[in-house]
Write a protein that binds this ligand. Structure first.
Ligand SMILES: [Zn+2]
Length: 492
């Protein structure tokens, strides 16, 4: 336990653009917030990669002995089609197109999101709050920012005054964008916008008459701006200043920049000590997009019903493929890459399976301590999973050499080796041994044995036993059928 005291972890902080030694605010505890999905469509494979990356981070922090509170929200209102606070609410639009209630949209795609993440063996977060469940908290923050003079009201909507904020703080501290440049490069507003400046963002939007998702507020019946929910929920569950905030690279600007500005105004302090961003996933070298057909849903990978892959691939193979790249690197999804990952995954699992049957010796010829250290070093270097996986393949090489009698391991070292391999493969990387779950071979073998015993009973005219085997199998919904070619069966 408390492995974190012995193995210092370094995290690349998007804010400082450097790898920094990780020191949590409260010793032994970590507060982590990750921006969750907007539940208006099936979860995108690129988003799956982001959530899988932070699942790996969550798992490794737990492995190090930290008590982690992992908060990941569900955006079920307020996310407009366009980052410039225009366009329809994404969920409301889907509801209109499908002629269902917005909350039916939310329910359908929240269930889909959970099912897909579970298939990929992602652990559930500690808290999964929703935007609509935290309207009161969001209203409080808006009032606070208004009181402090960093927001203004126009026609029932409230906007954050970015220029005012930038006089004393740096709007661009995370993304590196320069507000002066962006003002210079922005076309003059067409007069339609209520905002003082195009850089301002909505804290509250007045709802149009047809907009269903609305709440009362001092300014209008409306709904909160998208950036506000994460400030409200992270503050509520992790405090005004917490350890880690994660999300996809595409959220750095404007979403996370706005979160920092809101917190600085409302709480008078920067919200996050370590900002982490996961990189994008491309498909056959191109950006994934539904409109061009260069797109694949997670479910289509498992079923094989797609035009991208030659065959189905399991969730664990897909997970292994994703973790073979560092979370901050670009990753390209393709049939060839998945096939290579499947081979690697199978090789790794065969090595793990061999561990239980290795013969032990008096001496250990491999340097176990330095192998364990190299695995920790890899993960402590900003969660370098590809390097960890390379060390796991080294372990497989050792396992095979021990199995062939070319290396030796003592009984106590084998216990430690097995423990460490299992910890890295299953606990930290979160891979599943799919052969363990697939018992069909064992079931088929057992039924074949019973058919053989029944055949022998009939030959010995032991009708009572042969009927008993048939009837008890039938009770288990396994039906035997006697034919000319012998006995076959169906499982209902
Ligand atoms: Zn967010």
């Amino acid at each position: 336990m408390d492995l974190y005291k012995k193995t210092p972890l370094k995290i690349y902080n998007s804010l400082s653009k450097e790898k920094e030694l990780f020191t949590p605010i409260h010793e032994g505890k970590v507060g982590m917030y990750v921006c969750g999905p907007t539940v208006y469509s099936n979860v995108h494979l690129g988003n799956v990669r982001t959530f899988m990356s932070f699942d790996m981070v969550f798992r490794y922090l737990k492995y190090l002995g930290y008590k982690v509170r992992y908060v990941r929200n569900i955006t079920d209102a307020g996310h407009l089609e366009n980052d410039a606070d225009v366009g329809e609410d994404r969920i409301a639009k889907k509801a209109r197109l499908e002629e269902i209630e917005p909350m039916e949209v939310v329910q359908r795609y929240t269930v889909d999101f959970h099912e897909i993440l579970k298939k990929f063996n992602n652990l559930p977060p500690s808290i999964e709050p929703t935007a609509t469940g935290h309207i009161v908290e969001q209203l409080e923050i808006i009032k606070d920012i208004l009181d402090k003079g960093f927001a203004y009201v126009v026609n029932g909507s409230v906007y954050f005054d970015v220029l005012k904020y930038n006089e004393s703080e740096n709007y661009g501290v995370l993304s590196g964008r320069n507000i002066e440049d962006s003002i210079h490069n922005t076309r003059v507003l067409d007069g339609q916008s209520e905002k003082k400046n195009p850089q301002d963002f909505a804290l509250w939007k007045k709802a149009s008459p047809e907009h269903i998702m609305r709440w009362p507020s001092p300014w209008s019946d409306g709904f909160p701006g998208w950036h506000l929910e994460c400030t409200a929920m992270s503050t509520k569950y992790l405090g005004e200043n917490f350890d880690i905030h994660g999300g996809g690279m595409d959220l750095k600007f404007p979403h996370h920049e706005c979160e920092i500005a809101q917190s600085n105004c409302a709480n008078g302090k920067a919200p996050v000590n370590y900002w982490m961003h996961a990189n994008m996933l491309t498909l056959n070298g191109q950006k994934m997009a539904k409109s061009t057909g260069n797109n694949i849903l997670p479910g289509e990978i498992f079923s094989g019903e797609n035009t991208i892959l030659n065959k189905p691939f399991s969730p664990s193979v897909t997970r292994f493929f994703m973790l073979q790249a560092h979370y901050r690197s670009n990753l390209d999804f393709s049939n060839a890459a998945l096939e290579a990952s499947e081979k690697g995954y199978n090789k790794l699992m065969q090595g793990v399976a061999l561990l239980s049957s290795l013969k032990t010796s008096k001496q250990t010829s491999i340097d176990l301590e330095s192998w364990i250290k190299s695995c920790h070093d890899a993960m402590n270097d900003d969660f370098n999973t590809p390097v960890l996986i390379a060390h796991l393949f080294e372990a497989v090489k050792h396992i095979n050499l021990i199995n062939d009698g070319n290396e030796t391991i003592s009984a106590s070292d084998l216990v430690l080796f097995t423990e460490m391999v299992n910890a890295f493969v299953f606990d930290v990387l979160g891979l599943l041994d799919e052969s363990v779950n697939d018992n069909s071979d064992k079931l088929n073998g057992t039924i074949a044995l019973l058919i053989q015993l029944r055949k022998e009973a009939r030959e010995n005219k032991n009708w009572a036993l042969s009927d008993q085997i048939r009837d008890e199998l039938l009770a288990l919904e396994i039906q035997l059928k006697d034919g000319k070619e012998g006995t076959t069966y169906t499982i209902n």
